[in-house]
Design a binder for this molecule. Structure first.
Ligand code: WT7
Length: 655
């Protein structure tokens, strides 16, 4: 196992080298420029001169009940956007489309993995959201209450999010691939009152038993008063009388209209949990006015959304990408979207291209990990389909290597579609660094420039600006979609994002800036692992491992992986008297998978008598990474016991 992965590792290293030498340039095609919403570089200079005016103009295109009196109030690290403004975000996403010509336009064209299909017009969606909002109310949910959503990628997921927004409740979507324990912790952290789930969902022909898993979680969630179950299939489940309710029954009984609850611009819209370096996931808080403005503006200008576009963002709504670029941004723009439930290789490796052809997708947004998988599966799959409807491609989630970028451009985009490589985070709420497809020339591997109204710099540890070269990425001015805090943990909010430099946001990524002022994101500077498009904290996996009866200590590191971006390698020390065996290693891998979910499944499990530590007792993951990728060891001077390394290397070869 170690040998094979070393090969991959050095391959990836070479990719990083090419990235640094990248000289290719792609100008926006003139046909694209002609119709693009943003097609003059003045959009950058105007916004830079007066960023708040730029954002206020964007906010002015949304529906407000009461206009704001002040665009921004900034007292680092606290921002208030559109102060004094009142709104309900569903009016911009739904109500206004009933009177602007979009009423009978398809809002969502959904396809289930087995091939079933449903289409919702804006009117249909409006009706469904109103009814579900009333059902929520009938179960006692009111403004400010937290609602947990644990659903597969079915339309009810979108409807549930918007129904919360309709009544000012705060949604907390938990990705359907998370384990019962992860769900339980997230529900308990924000004390959700209601959970909406489904009997199951399809993934690679298998059924994910969501309600069953939810029941396991709920055994330990005293705050949850009611559960709503969407019937996706005919999957076995237990219904707890009094607590559990069928979605379709509630909807039958619910009133068709629910008046929108108007909230303050700064009222929380949702909480979304993201992994941090210290194990416990952080509940990132986003609010209404600023977040909607940011997602609306970026959807409009980065994806250049037009009346007749068919937009497909392949993300799951369990991640921020689905929140911002399936639900809020595109719907505020009134666009038609494709939504798909299942895996890209089910039943065959051309499922996505089949969908693009069938649905006439014009703008397509996916992740580098998916693009690398498409590359491996081969060009014959996209080549079987007519992809000529595509006019713009996007990518997000991790740095994209130039090879993958160029492949995407040629094989999927037919060499005619601009690519927008969009850098942002759960915490930033919306796209921050990105090309504007009708303005910005692109370089494969670079996210190019900050979006208009965003100010980013590369800084060193002291906060000194690096004008050319690598350092830490920093966001130096407040922006509308910025996180307003971490649920229940003010100190962690300050420590994580606002302590590196005074008044400046620290995203935790390394980046470099080149002679054209283009940004190249280099990845996380901490220990978060980015695997198959998911960000996993090493600490979360380590905490899971040490819960196993045989494990004394664990350290997990990310190692380069051709497809997933990074894979997990786990190093564990066993408790005294426990013997290392292949069976135990497999048990440990399964244990982690059960506890956290398949996304955290370690590719390598190494049992070692001891871990490399500093004198103060901190595990040196950096050295483990060096061992796992076969690199020459970095600085070992802070190591408490240098002999550990040789023992470890030997053990690694054996395992
Ligand atoms: C982290 C945020 C934003 C939605 C999906 C991930 C990495 C994201 C890019 C990009 C290089 C990227 C960063 C960032 N990342 N987009 N275009 N180029 N790296 O959201 O889970 O909050 O992860 O993903 O490291 O900090 P997230």
């Amino acid at each position: 196992m170690p040998r094979a992965s070393r090969k991959k590792a050095s391959g990836t290293k070479a990719t990083i080298d090419t990235l640094l030498k990248e000289n290719r340039r792609y100008k926006p095609p003139s046909s694209f420029v002609k119709t693009a919403t943003a097609n003059k570089s003045a959009v950058y200079t105007t916004a830079a001169k007066n960023p708040t005016a730029f954002w206020a103009k964007m906010a002015g295109e949304l529906v407000w009940k009461k206009k704001w009196s002040k665009v921004l109030e900034w007292k680092a690290p606290d921002a208030k956007w559109f102060v004094g403004g009142k709104l309900n975000v569903t009016e911009s996403c739904l109500d206004r489309h009933l009177t602007n010509g979009n009423k009978n336009k398809a809002a969502l064209i959904w396809e289930g993995e087995p091939g079933d299909r449903k289409t919702f017009t804006y009117w249909d969606l409006y009706r469904q959201v109103n009814k579900l909002a009333n059902a929520f109310k009938s179960l006692g949910v009111t403004k400010g209450d937290r609602v947990a959503i644990y659903l597969p990628m079915i339309p009810e997921l979108v409807i549930a999010m918007l129904a919360c927004a309709r009544i000012g409740a705060i949604h907390s979507v938990v990705f359907g691939g998370f384990s019962p324990e992860s769900l339980r912790d997230r529900i308990n952290d924000s004390q959700c009152k209601l959970l909406i789930t489904a009997d199951g969902g399809y993934r690679r022909g298998q059924i994910i038993p969501l309600k069953h898993d939810a029941d396991v979680a709920l055994a330990d969630c005293p705050s949850v008063e009611h559960v709503i179950i969407v019937k996706r299939g005919d999957f076995l489940l237990r219904v707890k009388e009094g607590r559990d309710h069928w979605f379709h029954r509630l909807m039958q009984e619910a009133d068709q209209y629910c008046p929108p609850v108007y909230v303050d611009s700064e009222h929380p819209l949702f909480i979304l949990y993201t992994s941090g370096t210290t194990g416990k996931p952080k509940g990132i808080i986003h609010t209404c006015g600023g977040y909607l403005t940011g997602t609306y503006a970026t959807s409009k200008l980065v994806f250049d959304l037009k009346e007749d576009d068919v937009f497909w963002c392949t993300a799951d709504c369990g991640w921020v990408t689905g929140h911002s670029y399936i639900v809020y941004g595109p719907m505020a723009n009134g666009v038609t979207q494709v939504m798909y439930e299942g895996a890209p290789d089910w039943p065959d490796q051309d499922r996505f291209w089949q969908l693009v052809e069938k649905m006439n997708v014009t703008v397509f947004y996916t992740a580098p990990t998916a693009i690398r998988a498409f590359m491996r599966w081969g060009r014959e799959w996209p080549d079987k389909h007519d992809l000529s409807s595509l006019r713009l491609l996007g990518t997000v989630g991790e740095p994209i290597n130039p090879e993958a970028w160029v492949w995407y451009h040629d094989a999927i985009g037919g060499k005619k579609c601009p690519i927008v490589d969009t850098w942002w985070q759960t915490e930033t709420g919306h796209i921050m660094i990105t090309p504007l497809p009708g303005v910005t020339s692109t370089k494969p591997g670079s996210a190019t420039r900050p979006f208009p109204g965003i100010e980013a710099k590369i800084l060193d540890d002291e906060g000194k600006e690096i004008k050319k070269g690598g350092g830490y990425l920093a966001i130096t001015k407040p922006w509308p979609g910025m996180l307003r805090g971490i649920w229940g943990d003010r100190q962690r909010f300050i420590d994580t994002y606002w302590s590196k430099w005074p008044g400046i946001y620290f995203p935790g990524d390394g980046a470099r800036i080149d002679e054209d002022k283009y940004f190249w994101i280099l990845g996380r500077v901490d220990d978060v692992i980015n695997t198959a498009g998911h960000r996993i904290s090493t600490m979360e996996v380590e905490s899971a491992l040490v819960e196993h009866q045989s494990v004394a200590e664990a350290a997990v590191v990310g190692i380069p992986h051709e497809l997933k971006g990074e894979a997990l390698a786990a190093f564990v020390t066993l408790k005294d008297g426990v013997e290392r065996s292949d069976k135990l290693c497999h048990q440990l891998i399964d244990f982690v998978t059960r506890k956290i979910g398949a996304i955290a499944r370690p590719d390598q499990m190494v049992c070692t008598p001891d871990l490399p530590k500093t004198r103060s007792g901190k595990i040196m993951r950096r050295l483990l990474r060096d061992i796992a990728t076969g690199r020459v060891l970095g600085d070992t001077t802070t190591l408490a016991d240098p002999a550990v390394i040789d023992r470890l290397k030997r053990q690694y070869e054996e395992d």
